[in-house]
Ligand binder design. Structure first.
Ligand code: G3I
Length: 391
C-alpha cells in the first residue's frame, strides 16, 4: 500500500525533529556568537536535505569553510541540520596541515571531524595529493621544487601516511589524488609526476603509491580518485576511465571516483548519468563531490566592478535550477553513487566570484544565508524520485 503524501511528510518531519536534538545541542555548546541571521522558518519547519535523502540511502554533503563554521551561527546551523556528510573545503590540504616542514597543524580539521561526530555526519577527507595548495616549502607553483625526485617521493609517503593515520577510523571517503589529468587526457606534469619519471618509473606511478600507502594507514576508508570535467564524455573522462582500470588490474585499492561537478550555465548539461554509470560498472563507487552551478550575475550598482548574487536573467536562474535537479537525479539513478556534496553553503562564501569574473550565484543559499529556489528543487527531487536504495 502506498503511504499517502501528507502522512509521509508528517512522518519525515517527525523523524527530522527526532534526529536533530544532538545537533542543536552541539551548536549551542559551541557558543556561536555571531548575529543570528536565521529567520529560517522554512529550514526549521521542513524536513532537511539529509532527512529527505534517507529514503534512498544517499548521503548529502557540503564543503565546510572552517573560518565560518562555529563562529557564524546561521552558517553552522545549516551545515549541522541540512547535511549528512561534510568535506573540509581547505583545512585538510597539505598547505594547511603542514605549513612548516615537519610541524603539523591539525587543529581546524580536528574541529570539523569532532563536530561531524557530534552531528552524526560522515567525513569526506579532501585531499591528500594535489598539485595546488602545496606548502610553500615544497612547491610554490605545483610544477617545480628544490627537492630531489627521491626526496619528493619520500615526502609524499610521509605526508600520506601521517595524515591518514592521524584521522584513522574517522574518514568515510578520502580523496587520495585530486586532478591528476589535464582536459586533453594527458597526465598533469606536476612535481609528483616529474619526480617519478626522473626516478625511471611511469610518472603516474605516484598515484598507485598514494592509494597503497593510504590503504595501509586506514584500511577501512574508501579511497577515491577525484577530478573535474569527468561529467562530460571526452578525452579527460576517457583517460581517467582507462587509468582507473589499470589501477584495478594492478590491485591498487581504489574504491571510487569523485566527479566534482563544477557546472556553468553557459555550457550544455553534461552526459553525467552515463559517465557515472560506466565508472560504476567497473565495480567502483561514484560520488558527486563538489557540485556548484555558476552563472552570469548582475553587477552591483553600489560598487563598480563588483557583482551581486542575482543571475543576470530569469532564464539563467531557470537553467541553474534545471542543472541542479539533473545532477541530483543522475546520482540518484545510479545505485553506486553514494554521496552528493555541494561545494559550499552560500554564494557569499563560494570560490566562484574570485575565479570567474562576473559569474556567481553558484550555491543553494544566498548571501544572507537564505535558501534559494535551487535548495527547494533539491528537496523536491529527493522527495519525488523513486531511487534504488544504496546500502
Ligand atoms: O589562508 C589564506 C589566508 O591566510 C590569506 O589571507 C588569504 C588571502 O587570499 O588566502 C587564504 O588562502 C585561500 C584558501 O582558499 C583558504 O581560504 C586561498 O587564497 C584561496 O586560493 C583558496 O581557495 C581554495 C581553492 O580550492 C584553492 O585552489 C577554495 O577556497 C576552495 O574552494 C577550492 O576548492 C577546490 C577543491 O579543493 C578541488 N577542486 C576545485 C575546487 C575549486 O577550486
Amino acid at each position: 500500500m502506498r503511504i499517502r503524501q501528507p502522512l509521509l511528510v508528517a512522518a519525515l518531519a517527525a523523524a527530522a525533529l527526532a534526529a536533530t536534538p544532538a545537533v542543536a545541542t552541539a551548536s549551542d555548546v559551541r557558543g556561536t556568537d555571531a548575529p543570528d541571521r536565521s529567520a529560517h522558518s522554512v529550514l526549521s519547519t521542513q524536513p532537511s536535505l539529509r532527512i529527505l535523502a534517507q529514503r534512498s540511502g544517499l548521503k548529502v554533503g557540503t564543503a565546510v569553510n572552517m573560518d565560518l563554521y562555529g563562529s557564524d551561527a546561521a552558517y553552522t546551523r545549516i551545515v549541522d541540520q541540512q547535511f549528512s556528510t561534510v568535506t573540509p573545503e581547505n583545512v585538510m590540504k597539505w598547505q594547511l596541515v603542514e605549513p612548516t616542514q615537519g610541524t603539523y597543524d591539525w587543529a581546524a580539521a580536528d574541529r570539523l571531524v569532532a563536530a561531524a561526530r557530534d552531528n552524526q555526519q560522515l567525513v569526506r577527507g579532501h585531499t591528500l595529493v594535489w598539485h595546488s595548495q602545496l606548502p610553500s616549502w615544497l612547491s610554490t607553483d605545483g610544477t617545480t621544487t628544490t627537492f630531489t625526485p627521491q626526496q619528493v617521493r619520500d615526502l609524499l609517503h610521509k605526508h600520506v601516511v601521517d595524515e591518514v593515520s592521524h584521522f584513522r577510523g574517522q574518514i568515510w571517503q578520502w580523496d587520495v589524488v585530486n586532478e591528476a589529468f589535464n582536459d586533453d587526457g594527458t597526465p598533469r606534469q606536476d612535481i609528483f609526476y616529474k619526480a617519478y619519471q626522473a626516478l625511471g618509473m611511469n610518472g603516474l606511478d605516484y598515484i598507485a603509491d598514494a592509494f597503497r600507502w593510504a590503504h595501509q594507514a586506514d584500511p577501512h576508508a574508501l579511497l577515491f580518485y577525484n577530478d573535474y570535467n569527468l561529467e562530460f564524455t571526452g578525452a579527460k573522462s576517457n583517460a581517467v576511465y582507462a587509468f582507473v582500470q589499470q589501477l584495478q588490474a594492478a590491485g591498487v585499492p581504489i574504491a571510487g571516483v569523485g566527479f566534482q561537478g563544477h557546472l556553468d550555465t553557459q555550457y550544455g548539461f553534461p552526459d553525467l548519468q552515463n559517465n557515472l554509470q560506466r565508472f560504476a560498472a567497473l565495480g567502483l563507487k561514484v560520488a558527486l563531490t563538489e557540485v556548484d552551478v555558476r552563472t552570469f550575475v548582475q553587477p552591483d550598482p553600489a560598487k563598480p566592478g563588483s557583482y551581486t548574487d542575482v543571475p543576470l536573467t530569469p532564464a539563467l536562474q531557470a537553467t541553474q535550477e534545471s542543472y541542479w535537479k539533473q545532477t541530483l537525479q543522475a546520482c540518484l539513478a545510479v545505485r553506486s553513487c553514494i554521496s552528493y556534496t555541494v561545494w559550499g553553503v552560500a554564494d557569499s562564501n563560494s570560490w566562484i566570484p574570485g575565479v570567474f569574473a562576473g559569474e556567481g550565484a553558484a550555491l543553494l543559499f544566498d548571501d544572507n544565508l537564505q535558501p534559494k529556489p535551487q535548495y527547494q528543487d533539491l528537496r523536491q527531487v529527493l522527495w519525488t524520485t523513486r531511487a534504488p536504495h544504496r546500502g
